[in-house]
Design a protein around this ligand. Structure first.
Ligand code: SF4
Ligand code: F3S
Length: 461
């Protein structure tokens, strides 16, 4: 049986993967997919019995970064081997045929496995000028993508360019590059952005499909949540330095050598969703922040525009259409400055008003004094005389209403001589001597006959 005809598991064994390594791989896949460890046997069973799925791998406007991601390895991981061992029927870089025979191989694969192959798309898809910026076999790449993805079991868009056009689709790009979902809207697509894609996430997506016969749950951008559900910042090994305000401020400074936080160097970890800090690259060796550079948010939609400038903090998310140069720090400084200015203006206005009121009061007092001295003080009319009879009636009413207040204390009650005097309770007698100690039981008389005998004297010869 040739390697091509055998199942995935047998092919792995033939490539030198031991049973133990295979089981470890299954456990690692369960962890990568954010599944409980109890799913590892199910994954192992699914992969062990899976056929070698045919793959048509298309490349458009790209740098081959995704292809490199799983090809360039001195010690390929099981993940990389697994992708390699899928039956890659068409790959412009890896296949031996070229020209019309290569295109014939692609068409033959599609006919041989209708609805039974994976489509992997790498690179952007130009749409300007009839898509003529990228032709495959003389046809616009967009047409080829539509044709292949339309008939695929699932389509996996790998890398930022295949997801949304990437650098070719960034502002100023003349080719009108877009992602797969814009061209093959009817296809069943999962997006794996990144620059490049992390091969572990590609393998985990395929393993998920082999195990559950469906694609993993995705977010609104079509990215699997197991890989793109967490902020880089929340998983970063330098996060403690962020919390303590320990930042690198110049490349290569002492803080950089100590591995402090790269936020002030423009790290986009707080804005980017990816599992790079936990899965890492190059067989788990490293990832951007560990290597000493900030995250540039390469998994985020339109990151070439949205995350630029890469080595400075992002502009404010507030839509300052009139002042596009303002960033979040500057907004904060402006707010503090504005509040301070308002406080100062308010304080000054209050001070001026009080000074003016005081001056006004002093002027009025001065005028009143002068008028009094000049005898021009207004005489206040005395109230009309109160009729004496009215006063007498009012006093009588008050007397009737008010209770009489006694002027002498009430007399103490006379003691009743006939009543018996209350008996005094006798005070309890306080003992003057401590209580007698309890009698101890008499010690048993030693029984001389029962005394244990010591060891026998050694016999001297
Ligand atoms: Fe966050 Fe970046 Fe700092 Fe890491 S280096 S804690 S991702 S800002
Ligand atoms: Fe990209 Fe940032 Fe990960 S730059 S590779 S998302 S750490």
């Amino acid at each position: 049986m040739s390697e091509r005809d055998e199942g995935l598991y047998d092919a792995l064994l033939h490539r030198g993967v031991s049973r133990r390594t295979f089981l470890q791989f299954s456990a690692a896949m369960a962890a990568a997919l954010a599944l409980p460890a109890s799913f590892a046997p199910r994954i192992a069973a699914a992969v062990a019995t899976a056929p070698r799925m045919p793959v048509i791998w298309l490349r458009g406007q790209d740098c081959a970064g995704e292809t490199e991601a799983f090809l360039r390895s001195s010690d390929p991981s099981t993940s990389q081997l697994l992708i390699d061992l899928l039956s890659i029927e068409y790959h412009q870089t890896l296949m031996a045929p070229s020209g019309t025979s290569a295109e014939a191989a692609r068409i033959a694969t599609m006919e041989k496995y209708p609805d039974g192959y994976f489509a992997v798309v790498e690179g952007g898809i130009p749409t300007a000028d009839g898509g003529t910026s990228c032709l495959i076999g003389g046809r616009p790449f967009a047409d080829v993508v539509r044709e292949v993805c339309g008939g695929a079991l699932v389509t996996i868009a790998v890398g930022g360019c295949a997801v949304d056009g990437g650098i070719a689709g960034a502002s100023g790009g003349p080719t009108g590059s877009v992602g797969v979902s814009r061209v093959a809207s009817d296809a069943k697509i999962v997006n794996l952005p990144g620059c490049p894609v992390n091969v572990e996430n590609l393998t985990a997506t395929i393993v998920h499909y082999l195990t559950f016969k469906e694609l993993p749950v995705t977010d609104s951008a079509g990215r699997p949540l197991f890989a793109y559900g967490n902020l880089v910042h929340n998983q970063c090994e330098r996060r403690a330095h962020f919390e303590f305000g320990e930042y690198v401020t110049t490349w290569g400074d002492e803080a950089a050598q100590k591995g402090w936080c790269l936020y002030k160097m423009g790290c986009k970890g707080p804005e980017a969703y990816a599992n790079c800090p936990t899965v890492k690259f190059s067989e788990g060796l490293s990832w951007p922040v560990k290597a000493g550079t900030g995250c540039i948010g390469c998994t985020m939609p339109g990151f070439w525009d949205a995350m630029s400038p890469f080595y400075r903090r992002l502009q404010s998310p507030i839509p300052f259409g009139l002042a596009p140069g303002i960033n979040a720090d500057q907004v904060g400084i402006a707010l503090v400055g504005g509040i301070a200015a308002v406080t100062m203006v308010h304080g000054s206005a209050t001070f001026v008003r009080e000074q003016r009121n005081n001056a006004l009061g002093r002027r009025r007092a001065g005028k009143a004094t002068k008028a009094a001295r000049a005898g021009r003080v207004d005489v206040v009319e005395a109230p009309a005389e109160i009729d004496e009879a009215t006063v007498a009636i009012a006093a009588a009413d008050l007397d009737a209403a008010a209770p009489e207040i006694p002027t002498t204390p009430p007399a103490a009650p006379e003691p009743d001589a006939a009543a018996p005097a209350p008996a005094m309770t006798a005070a309890p007698e306080i003992p003057t001597t401590p209580p007698a100690a309890p009698e101890l039981p008499a010690a048993p008389e030693p029984d001389a006959s029962a005394a244990p005998s010591g060891p026998a004297e050694p016999e001297v010869r």
